[in-house]
Write a protein that binds this ligand. Structure first.
Ligand code: C2E
Ligand code: CA
Ligand code: CA
Length: 689
């Protein structure tokens, strides 16, 4: 599930709106570039054409002066003639080869130090700035005149102006368009043969209103052309962003709570914890679990269940602080990241504990008509130790799933406890890795025969003879040595592997009994533990009978021990199965009687053969006081119900004597013997015969 979402997210990222934005922005940049370059080129073209015209005029003046000079006139006279007879009088400036003035007309002169090179196409024009030209103020004035439209006047003339006819109207228009809006006087160098003299002709570069309008029209047309795709691109980008937002919202929405889902939690929790700013803060990752949610669903239906989750989501949303995240996990769990205040780990834990306690109390009263039960597992996330003054050091390798699994382990570990809040610890981690190891190795261990049968003898307290035994399993692991059953039986009961193990033990004992019979050895009844998990299995009695029969020993030699706790499950099924097993001839004993809750009632309902008194009766300070009264009364009770009694965990001689005096049938305990391998037991049995 998470993988599919991860993939979808990656695809989404790939299709994200960034390419559209980048495309849009690049298009804007390219458009601006094209328009600017286009306008510049066009402006350069217009100016180039004007320069060529001006240069040609200057050349005409130059040619005339050259002719006069070639005719024999001196340069001053030549200049004066040309100026006098020229259609348009032109200012001229002549110097010798060193740049010293020889003759000049007009008020101004070229600034020979301020040379400008203009290249238009293949032609190169050399020009000089004018000595009297003040570019700044003139240009400003011209720019003002550029916008000097006199629109009302024009409109009057065009629509209802004086009756001048079409020609008159055209003239007004041409005059207006032809008006100069920018002027740049300059001096052009004209290369003529003037006996080593240099000739400069003053030109006036004019930008007319029409030039400006041509450029404006071209720029506008280009802009409009580029604007159309630009608008499309813009709309597309906006739509893309909106679409993306909607998809992300759906992706992060939990279908049951309507709030944040687990993917959201994973992403944002990792992002928040991983940021450098938050690395010096202490956080707690919490698995908030509602108990018996499935019961709630069966009682009130799935719709109400969803409403409850929705309500929890709303409640949590209101209680979370800034920079805290939560999300729905699985059925009735929420993951939370809480920020904890405090100077050290203990203070932070206390802060977290207090906050969770009030959260859980409020949650319990979420529905006024019924009380809800919650508990929470917590894993602390401590601040990063900044080294080398690197305060911005980030939390590395944050695995939210792993951290949450720690919180979940803590929550799980305290499942049956009265306390509501549990903190994850190294001990829990060890337990967790041990559980993992057991799960990974149990199948192979069974196949490899690593589970071994140990037998603990049962003795008669009166004549001290060996009268029976209990089969107890040991895991003889080549890697870890002998592992006692307490380390793995509870796990097997949880994961169901106990069924296989009990079958294995039963078959080993059936085989052993059959071998003893074949070998003509003395044999005693051996009891085998049958876990309560078996009683959910249909046809259990038949199954056990078939298993034993495949080796062929007498059923009476195999006693089945059922723990007292099994009697609290489905009593009717248990009674039926016990009856069937007894009908097959297997003696049944109630194990651990007196440990946990006393079940005198079950003695009434269930027909049993043996009662095993729990070792706890004989331990503690008052073992021979009040405990002895209970033992005595229980033995009397059992005898009256036609049951034999086995006392377990007997370690002292006085206990043996006491039990003998009460008429206890058998004693199993370290006083006589510890559980031992089969060969050792066989030797002991042979010695006892
Ligand atoms: P249990 O059935 O009550 O077995 C008796 C336990 O008490 C055994 O522990 C035994 O070694 C111990 N014991 C016997 N006499 C004394 C004594 O004088 N002092 C003390 N302190 N202890 C004594 P063990 O072998 O460690 O087994 C623990 C439990 O594991 C068993 O309790 C039983 O519930 C379970 N178990 C062992 N083997 C199997 C099996 O093959 N199948 C199932 N389902 N459970 C098993
Ligand atoms: Ca037992
Ligand atoms: Ca027992």
């Amino acid at each position: 599930m998470a993988k599919i979402k991860e993939k979808t997210l990656k695809k989404l990222k790939r299709k994200s709106f960034w390419p559209s934005i980048v495309l849009f922005l690049s298009f804007v940049v390219v458009s601006v570039f094209i328009v600017t370059v286009g306008i510049n080129l066009f402006a350069a073209y217009i100016i180039g054409a004007k320069l060529t015209g001006l240069y040609n005029q200057a050349m005409d003046t130059g040619i005339m002066i050259e002719r006069f000079v070639q005719r024999g006139d001196n340069i001053t006279n030549a200049v004066n003639y040309v100026n006098r007879y020229s259609r348009v009088p032109t200012d001229v400036y002549v110097t010798d080869a060193e740049g010293n003035r020889i003759v000049s007309t007009g008020g101004s002169m070229p600034l020979l130090d301020e040379k400008v090179n203009w290249t238009v196409g293949v032609d190169n024009y050399i020009a000089y700035m004018d000595s009297e030209w003040d570019y700044g103020t003139e240009a400003l004035g011209d720019i003002e005149s550029m916008f000097d439209f006199h629109i009302p006047e024009l409109v009057d003339r065009v629509f209802d102006g004086p009756p001048r006819g079409n020609k008159g109207r055209k003239n007004v228009h041409d005059q207006w368009m032809g008006a100069s809006i920018m002027e740049q006087p300059c001096w052009m160098y004209v290369p003529m043969h003037l006996n080593g003299k240099r000739l400069y002709v003053k030109c006036n570069l004019q930008i007319q209103r029409q030039d400006f309008f041509y450029i404006l029209a071209l720029g506008s047309a280009a802009l409009v052309l580029l604007l159309i795709p630009l608008v499309f691109l813009f709309i597309n980008t906006i739509l893309n962003i909106r679409m993306q937002r909607r998809v992300t919202k759906v992706l992060y929405m939990d279908p049951e709570t309507g709030g944040n889902n687990w993917l959201y939690f994973q992403r944002y929790a990792a992002k928040m914890l991983g940021s450098g700013w938050n690395s010096r803060k202490t956080y707690a990752i919490v698995d908030l679990h509602m108990e018996r949610y499935t019961n709630y669903l069966s009682c009130y239906g799935s719709k109400q269940g969803e409403e409850l989750l929705e309500c929890m989501d709303g409640f949590l949303r209101a209680r979370m602080r800034r920079k805290e995240v939560f999300g729905h996990y699985g059925k009735a769990d929420f993951g939370l990241i809480l920020q904890c205040e405090g100077g050290n780990e203990e203070e932070c834990k206390t802060d977290c504990y207090r906050r969770l306690r009030s959260l859980l109390a409020e949650l319990a009263g979420l529905q006024p008509e019924r009380k809800l039960h919650f508990h929470a597992g917590v894993c602390m996330i401590l601040p990063v130790n900044a080294t080398d003054g690197n305060w911005y050091q980030k939390r590395k390798n944050i695995d939210i799933d792993q951290l949450f699994s720690f919180a979940n382990t803590a929550q799980d570990a305290g499942h049956n406890e009265a306390e509501q809040i549990f903190f994850f610890s190294d001990r829990l981690l060890e337990e967790q890795s041990w559980e993992q190891w057991v799960e990974n190795n149990m199948q192979n261990a069974l196949a490899a025969g690593e589970f071994q049968v140990y037998l603990q003898p049962k003795y008669s307290p009166t004549d001290k003879r060996l009268v029976g035994a209990e089969a107890l399993v040991r895991w003889n692991c080549p890697e870890k040595g002998i592992i006692p059953p307490g380390r793995f039986i509870p796990l097997f009961e949880e994961n169901g592997f106990i069924m296989k193990l009990d079958d294995y033990m039963l078959s080993q004992i059936a085989k052993l009994q059959a071998e003893w019979k074949v070998q003509g050895k003395k044999s005693v009844p051996i009891s085998v533990n049958i876990s309560r998990a078996h009683f959910t299995q249909e046809g259990l009695a038949e199954h056990i009978s078939q298993l034993v029969d495949s080796y062929g020993p007498k059923h009476g030699l195999i006693e089945l021990e059922v723990t007292e706790s099994a009697f609290f499950d489905d009593k009717n099924v248990l009674i039926d199965t016990v009856k069937q097993l007894r009908a097959y001839g297997f003696p049944i004993s109630m194990d651990d009687f007196g440990a946990g809750y006393s079940s005198l009632n079950s003695l009434k309902d269930i027909p049993l053969d043996v009662l095993k008194l729990d070792g706890e009766f004989f331990r503690g300070e008052d073992e021979m006081g009040r405990g002895s009264i209970i033992v005595r009364e229980t033995i009397t009770l059992a005898r009256e119900l036609n049951m034999r009694v086995v006392a377990e965990g007997i370690e002292q001689r006085e206990q043996v004597d006491f039990l003998a005096s009460l008429g206890c049938d058998m004693i199993q305990g370290y006083y006589f013997a510890k559980p031992m391998p089969v060969a050792e037991f066989e030797a002991r049995m042979a010695a006892d015969a």
